[in-house]
Each structure stands twice: as structure tokens, then as C-alpha cells.
Design a protein around this ligand. Structure first.
Ligand SMILES: C[S@@+](CC[C@H](N)C(=O)[O-])C[C@H]1O[C@@H](n2cnc3c(N)ncnc32)[C@H](O)[C@@H]1O
Length: 365
């Protein structure tokens, strides 16, 4: 991350390898062999601490490259594990928050990503007998931290900020502290390679990018994996930069970007359609029309803050060769028109039972 000058990144969104989750033992121990020794000596807490020391360097670098008022959003899960007959919780989120605060980050309310499982063997321990059973971990965290106080917006920024607004009804879902992402945007279809890579859902990073950055901002992912963050940046007209330890991820990143190139305009059209269905629903329920009108689209919106909102349409997305040997993609955007909501028809759009404004999308690729 030394390539990135101080104070030039607007948002960091990432998901690190999760300490004490077995799939990450080996890659973390490759960087620091003391981790393997601690595990084989049965010293869980020492292994946990050494694993976090590796991540600590990334949080310090994130602090350095972020601008004042820039956000760091970290998706991480805690781990439960038995090491040398001792079963216990390793609280990754607590360790990361306390370290980030020691670096100078301010903590803001975090989000719980609920990943409910119906697996019959999900309960651990002594079954129906007290007191040796443990609650099942069915959530991960999205930690939200900020460097310094609120971001300052220049006059030019203020225009870009209003264009980067999101819909009122999106705000109501996104700014809840409990996200249930089952049945939401699945543009990057889960497949075996994606799940082995521990990729996070596009919807998760799509929300964070909209909540904490503006169009044209620079978003960094220090643990890029399959490139979900970069793809979400293409979808939302943000610049992005990412780092990945394993070169083997390059074909997966290419695939993620190629998929986004095909489906981005369909996903934008879907957002517009979801808003139109909200408008219609509101009218049917209340007999009233929303009080403001979108300048770009002419449809009603709930608040003044949404009047200048303008979603980005993707004109082109191309891979360009980078001298350093890294991957580089160049995207061109232009404002998405309302007609895109009737074109680019996704294959299936199914309202969820519990919330008709969250849509399940799937695309024929
Ligand atoms: C949880 S995954 C990120 C997945 C990504 N968000 C996505 O959607 O594909 C963490 C990534 O960090 C990378 N990584 C970087 N440094 C690492 C280290 N020291 N140990 C283990 N993994 C590391 C891994 O190769 C892996 O791709």
C-alpha cells in the first residue's frame, strides 16, 4: 500500500482473512510461521494475537491513506474454536475495533450482517443439558470507523454529493443496523470458486459504497480477493484500487469485472424500477404522491435531498495493461436515463415476502 500517497483515499471497504477460522490458518502462517507454532503448541490466544498483528499493519496503512473524514468499513466474523481441549470465542471484531481506535479511528455504529443457518447441527455443546451449550454464530459484522471528524465538502463536491444521493426507501433499509442479505442483489452469482474465496455479496459493498462515498471518489480494498469491491465501484462510478496477495486470483478478478460489464446497466435499471414500484405502492397505500420531483427522471421522490440524484450508466469497461504487472480496468460512465428502466430487462425480479422493496435479481449470463 506504500504506492498510495497519504490522505488520498475516500473510503476503504474490505474483508480480511478471519483470524482463527481454519481456512485462513495456512495463508496467515505462511507470512508469519510463529502462528503455526502457537497453534501446534495449543496456544489459541497467542495464535489469535499473531494473526491480528498481521492485519494491524493494514489498518495502520488504511489510516495513513484515508483523507480526513474518510471511512473504513470492515466486514469480519468472530470465530469459535477448540484449541487443545479449550473451546472458546475469538472475538475478531472486538480486537479490530480496539486496535483501530488506538490508531485514531472513531467508531461509529456497526452493522450486523445476519447469516441465519437452518443446518440441523448448528447448535454446539451439551444439547438440552445445562450449562455447556453455546449460542450459534449466525451473524458477521460490518465495522464502521472514520478518520477524524465529518468530511468537508467543497462547493464542487456539494454538486457531486447531491448527484450521488440514494433513494429514501433505500436509506430506510441500508441504515438499519441489521442486514439480512438473503434474497438481495445476486449479480455476481455465487459459484464454487467465489464461495471458496470467501467473497462477500455485491449487495453488501454496493450499499457501503453508496452510504459512505460519492461518484468519482477513490475506494480502496486491501484484501481484494475476487474483486467484488472493484466491481461495485464500476457499478457506482467510483474509482477503485485494490491489493491481493495471491496472483491466482487474477482470472477470478477478470471474470468478476467481465460479469459486471455485462450486468451493470441491468442492475441500475433495476434500482430505477424498484423506485417506481415504491412510488406506485406509496400512492396505492396513502392516496398521495411523494412531495418532490427528480430533476433527471421526472418521477416523484420523497425528499428534497433526492431531487438531483443521478444514477450512473456504464458506457464501456475495458482491461488495460499496467506496466507494474497488475490488472487495470478503465470504465466510462454517463448518466443513466429513465428509459433504461424499461430496457435491459433482468431475467427475474421477485419481490420478497417480507419487504416488497427488496428485490431478488438474477441475470442470465
Ligand atoms: C476474505 S477474502 C476477501 C474476499 C473479497 N472481499 C471478495 O469479495 O472476493 C481475504 C483476501 O485477503 C487475501 N490476503 C491478503 N493478505 C493475506 C494474508 N496475509 N493472509 C491471508 N490472506 C491474505 C486473501 O488471499 C484473500 O483473497
Amino acid at each position: 500500500m506504500g504506492l498510495i500517497p497519504d490522505g488520498t483515499v475516500d473510503l476503504v471497504v474490505t474483508s480480511p482473512p478471519y483470524p482463527m477460522i481454519e481456512m485462513w490458518d495456512e495463508p496467515l502462517a505462511e507470512v508469519d510461521p510463529k502462528i503455526a507454532s502457537a497453534l501446534s503448541a495449543g496456544d489459541g490466544p497467542a495464535a489469535f494475537e499473531l494473526m491480528h498483528r498481521q492485519l494491524d499493519g493494514v489498518w495502520a496503512e488504511s489510516y495513513r491513506v484515508l483523507r480526513q473524514g474518510g471511512f473504513l468499513c470492515i466486514n469480519v466474523g468472530d470465530a469459535t474454536r477448540k484449541v487443545k481441549d479449550i473451546f472458546r470465542l475469538y472475538s475478531n471484531h472486538a480486537r479490530i475495533v480496539s486496535h483501530c481506535e488506538s490508531l485514531g479511528f472513531q467508531s461509529l455504529p456497526l452493522i450486523l450482517w445476519r447469516k441465519q443457518t437452518n443446518a440441523p447441527n448448528k447448535f454446539m455443546g451439551s444439547g438440552m443439558l445445562p450449562s455447556g451449550a453455546y449460542a450459534t454464530l449466525e451473524h458477521e459484522y460490518v465495522l464502521v470507523l472514520r478518520k477524524g471528524g465529518k468530511r468537508d465538502f467543497s462547493e464542487a463536491d456539494a454538486v457531486r454529493r447531491r448527484e450521488s444521493a440514494f433513494f429514501w426507501e433505500e436509506r430506510n433499509v441500508w441504515f438499519s443496523d441489521m442486514w439480512d442479505l438473503k434474497g438481495t442483489r445476486q449479480v455476481l452469482a455465487p459459484n464454487e470458486a467465489r464461495s471458496r474465496s470467501a467473497a462477500y455479496p455485491l449487495e453488501l459493498v454496493h450499499r457501503l459504497i453508496n452510504m459512505y462515498s460519492m461518484q468519482g471518489d477513490l475506494v480502496l480494498d486491501p484484501f481484494l480477493g475476487t474483486g467484488t469491491t472493484a466491481a461495485a465501484c464500476v457499478l457506482n462510478a467510483r474509482n477503485s484500487v485494490g491489493f491481493e496477495l495471491l496472483e491466482g486470483f487474477a482470472p477470478l478478478i477478470r471474470e468478476t469485472m467481465a460479469t459486471m460489464g455485462r450486468v451493470a446497466n441491468g442492475a441500475v435499471a433495476e434500482r430505477l424500477r424498484a423506485h417506481l414500484s415504491f412510488v406506485e405502492d406509496y400512492h396505492n397505500r396513502t392516496g398521495k404522491t411523494l412531495g418532490h420531483t427528480s430533476r433527471a427522471y421526472g418521477f416523484p421522490v420523497m425528499t428534497r435531498q433526492e431531487v438531483e440524484l443521478q444514477l450512473p450508466g456504464l458506457e464501456s469497461l475495458q482491461e488495460s495493461l499496467q506496466e507494474s504487472g497488475g490488472l487495470q480496468f478503465t470504465a466510462a460512465h454517463s448518466p443513466a436515463g429513465l428509459d433504461s428502466a424499461s430496457k435491459n430487462t433482468p431475467v427475474k425480479v421477485e419481490p420478497r415476502d417480507d419487504d416488497s422493496h427488496q428485490l431478488t435479481m438474477s441475470f442470465d449470463l
